[in-house]
Design a protein around this ligand. Structure first.
Ligand code: HSE
Length: 437
């Protein structure tokens, strides 16, 4: 029996079916790589009243999670339900019954990962979650194992396939994002609640995990500064391009002594930066370390087959050492649990950035001077000021690029500028990264 690892699967949605497909269709390849068999014994889903394009004749199907999480003939449970609950309850139950866990659930790990890692350690089982960050890209394994000899100095990630797909099509086709979102949903990229994608929450889940793994911290998803792409128009994308930049939703994490900077927002990246070339549902994670310098991992960040690929790679890692448990694998968060500490999150007001600012103003004499005077007064120097259109009666956009300043200072300047009677209170603030460090 030790030459076989018996798997139970929770959730037969897009990724669940992909994972089942690999276990069934690639069974022989998996055995050749492991020297042991990995068998899908049982699967559970709320709605079984449908046809599957997979042969489940040897698989026990159930609509009760406890048939998987407590079953004596299951060694490893794959959780692909998504969301915080009931996933947390089911995973907890499975760990308490001595099952190893593999999950693609970034929300679960971002919010409850530390509690689940502690429970898994107590029960001597492993938790694999490669698919939670970067879809099919083995970026967590790269960080945890391949870059283990480094102090990590920065992480930049395009971590949400839906947003990257939407931004790419907005740029290429001049479409509004709501038109493209439907396509992202039908391709299986979007979350059950797509506001998680659009408003940056999914990226923040992933960033909080990869950041904690990079810097040896506990996970603090609630502290990630998070802005999504819903305020970005096709016009902004074109204006940025005119200036030599592409807008990408980035997750950014950098260490500062005993603090960590963690932010998710639409970011202007130079058109010639490698990360600017990442289009469609592709993700990329750029990780820099003190010895390795810069690395970049690239691949599909969402969708059935790429995500299932990462899920089953985790299953195989655990199966390879089975029946031995967690102490035969790298620690899940890359540091032994006693070495992980609580690093404080740097307040956003203290973070330094360069900015792209778009004011809507009345085209009257002195308006641009008023903006630049206040910026100068706050010690903010400028790289560019652009006003293209002229409409005496309508508001026109005035776009500025600033040099580096801190967020608190910038926000004070904006508050002062928007008191001007000819300047609209609605200001688009985008942050800019150079990638030339
Ligand atoms: N909704 C996510 C995305 C799925 O679009 O990237 C992969 O985590």
């Amino acid at each position: 029996m030790m030459n076989e690892v018996r798997v139970g699967l929770l959730g037969l949605g897009t990724i669940g079916l992909g994972a089942a497909r690999i276990l069934i269709e690639q069974n022989s390849l998996i055995s050749k790589r492991l020297g042991k068999n990995v068998r899908l014994v049982a699967a559970c889903d709320r709605s079984l009243d449908r046809t599957f394009d997979l042969d489940f004749s040897d698989v026990r199907l159930s609509d009760q999670a406890s048939d998987i999480t407590t079953a004596d003939d299951i060694d490893l449970v794959i959780e692909l339900i998504g969301g915080y609950e009931p996933a947390r309850t089911f995973v907890t139950q499975a760990i308490e019954h001595g099952k190893h866990i593999v999950t693609a659930n970034k929300a679960l790990i971002a919010k409850h990962g530390d509690e689940l890692f502690a429970l898994a350690e107590k029960h001597g089982v492993s938790i694999g979650f490669e698919a939670a960050v970067g879809g099919g890209i083995p970026c967590l394994k790269t960080l945890r194992e391949g870059l283990a000899a480094n102090h990590i100095t920065a992480i930049y990630g395009i971590l949400n396939g839906t947003c990257n797909y939407i931004l790419t099509r907005m740029e290429n086709e001049g479409l509004d994002f709501s038109e493209v979102l439907n396509d992202a949903q039908s391709l299986g990229y979007a979350e059950a609640d797509p506001t998680f994608d659009i408003e940056g929450i999914d990226t923040a889940h992933k960033l909080s995990i990869i950041s904690a793994m990079a810097f040896g911290s506990t996970i603090h998803f609630d502290e990630v500064f998070t802005e999504g792409i819903s305020k970005i128009s096709a016009d902004d994308i074109l204006a940025a391009k005119d200036l030599g930049y592409r807008i990408k939703l980035l997750g950014i994490a950098k260490p500062h002594g005993d603090q960590v900077e963690m932010r998710v927002h639409p970011t202007l990246v130079p058109l010639n930066a490698q990360i600017a070339q990442v289009s469609d549902s592709y993700n990329a994670v750029q990780i820099s370390g003190d010895f390795v310098e810069h690395t970049i991992s690239f691949g599909r960040g969402a969708g059935e087959r790429p995500t299932a690929s990462a899920v089953i790679a985790d299953v195989m890692d655990i199966a390879r050492v089975f029946p031995d448990g967690s102490n035969h694998l790298a620690p899940p968060m890359g540091f032994i649990s006693s070495a992980r500490t609580r690093l404080a999150t740097m307040p956003m007001n203290e973070v330094n950035c360069e900015y792209y600012l778009r004011f809507m103003v009345k085209d009257e004499p002195g308006v641009i001077a008023a903006i630049t005077t206040i910026l100068a007064d706050q010690g903010i120097s400028l790289e560019a000021v652009i006003q293209k259109e002229r409409h005496k009666r309508q508001l026109v956009p005035v776009t500025l690029l600033t040099h580096e300043t801190n967020e608190g200072n910038l926000q004070q300047a904006i508050a002062r500028i928007t008191q001007h009677p000819h300047i609209d209170a609605n200001v688009l603030i985008l942050r800019k990264e150079r990638f030339d460090a």
